[in-house]
Design a binder for this molecule. Structure first.
Ligand code: ARG
Length: 561
């Protein structure tokens, strides 16, 4: 049962459909204001009456319903307090039937969402700055999938540019094959940095680099071979991290993939009279729209990041026929996306509106505890390793006899890091701290995981039977918890609509807190059978919802901690 819908059906207002009304219904922050509320401000214009009067009049038209305990009109709102037991019974039965599918939907059936995320750069460190794009993108991928969408995860590799010419020169001068095979990106980074110091003294190195890059472009065997090797090394290394984060991609088509796909689009832009030459470069002037021009070709004929993004968008539209294409990329690139989205729009393609930049803030790290800094780069893998090590320490302290401590420390440590990028509105900057993310009592992944494990242990001890007396749940703590559980499917939908996985995260934090409040205030196991079973049922439903929520944001739910 969808309660918003059931309530909306009881309300008749001329000019507004049941669906309109349903969409207006909100959840009051404070439950003394009821469980659902209909703000009457929107009706004011049409009905030509003050909201307070509308709410008063509406109140008397609501038919008696066994679902609703009372209806009140307060300051332009119509507040509904639900009858506790039917609401609880209905909700828990639904969750208990649907189990891990509770909250899933067929909403997205027949629709495709492309998600461009992580999108790492070849031969560059996979660092803490990539955390957000990687975990936000992966969470959106899971959320959309859960809602029935066909999802396409794309790692738009940064595998093009003059830096690969530099890297070849550096490798030929100072490279050690074995060392690179062994140390991976770090070894590549080392010779790349050396290239820059040496090139400052000796400019001819830059000429050589340009020549090697040209060779890659021209398909020279040796050049391409080295380039592919750098790519393999990078992908091998980042795959280790993706595996730990349980992330997969459906496509690794990166920038180089579009080498031969840009010209037709450049031609079309020119034919449509959108581009012009400026000091030898090809640009689309966007002054009219208050933006700097979108640069498509440099004076030397080289294409740019935006040119490749344009080609990629057309390719994705043709290949996947997406309903939406999301770009999970830091807000520093706001202008870049606005510019080339505009170009697609000016070309006359209505799907320009389906291109969405899902921006997020920056991650910074607490200073002192980062002993692993290499230059200014903190590898994501090291952050995971450190968090796991610390989690292991905490687990040993809290529960020395726990079996499988390594595995659980991995799930807790990695989960804590993932959570840090998914717990606040994505646009906010994050200041990462190990102590903060690993605080078992804070609003953290370990806290939620711990609550899940607590549920599992209660269920194991409780031995639930089938006779259920819902009076065992007729208390405020249980009711507040059930309300949150009932809202879970809606939250998942909202989080997809806003491309904001943190809504799921916040919601499962609230659920964990509400369960613990219930747990502290009400005995479960040593109760009369029916009461015990009702409380165990609530525990089982809480466990399932927390697990689904953690799954969606990419965090494991150990059964013991
Ligand atoms: N590799 C780019 C970077 O690190 C991100 C690419 C994002 N995706 C895109 N289609 N532009 O900045």
């Amino acid at each position: 049962m969808n309660y918003k819908h059931e309530i909306a059906k009881l309300i008749n207002i001329e000019g507004f459909s049941t669906e309109d009304i349903e969409n207006l219904i909100t959840f009051p922050k404070d439950s003394s204001m009821g469980d659902y509320a209909l703000p009457c401000f929107k009706f004011s214009k049409v009905l030509r009456k003050a909201p307070v009067i509308i709410a008063n009049e509406l109140k008397d038209t609501i038919p008696n319903s066994e679902l609703i305990e009372k209806v009140e009109s307060v300051a332009g709102y119509l507040n509904f307090t639900m009858s506790k037991v039917p609401f609880i019974k209905e909700t828990l039965e639904k969750i208990n039937t649907e189990k891990e599918n509770y909250g899933s939907s067929t909403l997205g059936n027949g629709k495709t969402i492309c998600i461009d995320y992580s999108s790492i750069n070849i031969a560059k460190p996979f660092h803490i700055g990539h955390l957000s794009t990687t975990v936000i993108g992966a969470a959106l991928y899971r959320i959309y999938k859960f809602l029935g969408y066909n999802t396409v995860g794309i790692n738009h590799l940064g595998d093009w540019g003059t830096q690969f010419g530099k890297l070849i020169v550096a490798y030929k001068l100072w490279g050690d094959k074995e060392k690179i095979e062994k140390n991976g990106i770090r070894a590549l980074l080392e010779i790349y940095v050396k290239f820059h110091t040496e090139a400052e003294k000796n400019d001819s190195l830059n000429d050589e680099a340009r020549a090697w890059f040209k060779k890659i472009e021209d398909g020279d065997q040796e050049a391409l071979g080295l380039f592919e090797w750098f790519k393999d090394i990078t992908l091998k290394e980042v795959s280790r991290v993706y595996k730990r984060l349980d992330i997969k991609f459906d496509s690794y088509n990166g920038e180089s993939f579009y080498n031969d796909k840009m010209q037709p689009i450049l031609d079309e832009i020119e034919e449509k009279g959108l581009s012009k030459k400026s000091e030898g470069a090809t640009i689309v002037d966007l002054e009219e729209y208050g933006m700097a021009p979108c640069l498509l070709k440099k004076a030397d004929g080289a294409t740019l990041y935006a040119t490749r993004d344009l080609a990629a968008a057309f390719y994705r539209k043709k290949t996947y026929d997406f309903d939406k294409c999301l770009y999970v990329v830091a807000y520093q690139q706001n202008l870049h996306f606005k510019q080339w989205f505009k170009v697609v729009e000016l070309m006359g393609y209505p799907w320009a509106k389906d291109l969405i930049h899902v921006a997020f803030g920056m991650v910074s790290l607490e200073g002192a505890s980062l002993s692993t800094r290499k230059g200014n780069v903190v590898f994501l893998e090291e952050v995971l390793d450190n968090a796991v090590k610390k989690a292991y320490g905490i687990i040993c302290e809290k529960n020395a006899n726990l079996e499988n401590k390594e595995q659980i420390a991995e799930e807790v440590g990695v989960g804590a890091v993932v959570f840090s990028a998914l717990s606040n509105n994505r646009i906010k900057d994050i200041s990462f701290s190990y102590d903060k993310v690993l605080n078992f009592d804070g609003e953290t992944a370990p806290y939620i995981q711990y609550t899940h494990a607590r549920c599992c242990s209660v269920l194991e001890k409780g031995n639930m039977g089938s006779e259920i007396d819902y009076k065992g749940l007729a208390n405020d703590e249980a009711f507040e918890l059930v309300k949150l559980l009932e809202r879970f499917p809606q939250i998942i939908e909202d989080s997809a609509n806003k491309n904001e996985p943190s809504m799921v995260t916040r919601h499962i934090i609230s659920i964990a807190q509400a369960y613990n409040k219930f747990y502290i205030n009400h005995r479960i196991i040593d109760q009369p059978e029916g009461i015990k079973n009702a409380r165990l049922l609530l525990t089982a439903c809480t466990k399932d919802v927390i697990k689904t929520g953690l799954n969606l944001i990419g965090i494991k739910a150990p059964t013991k901690m």
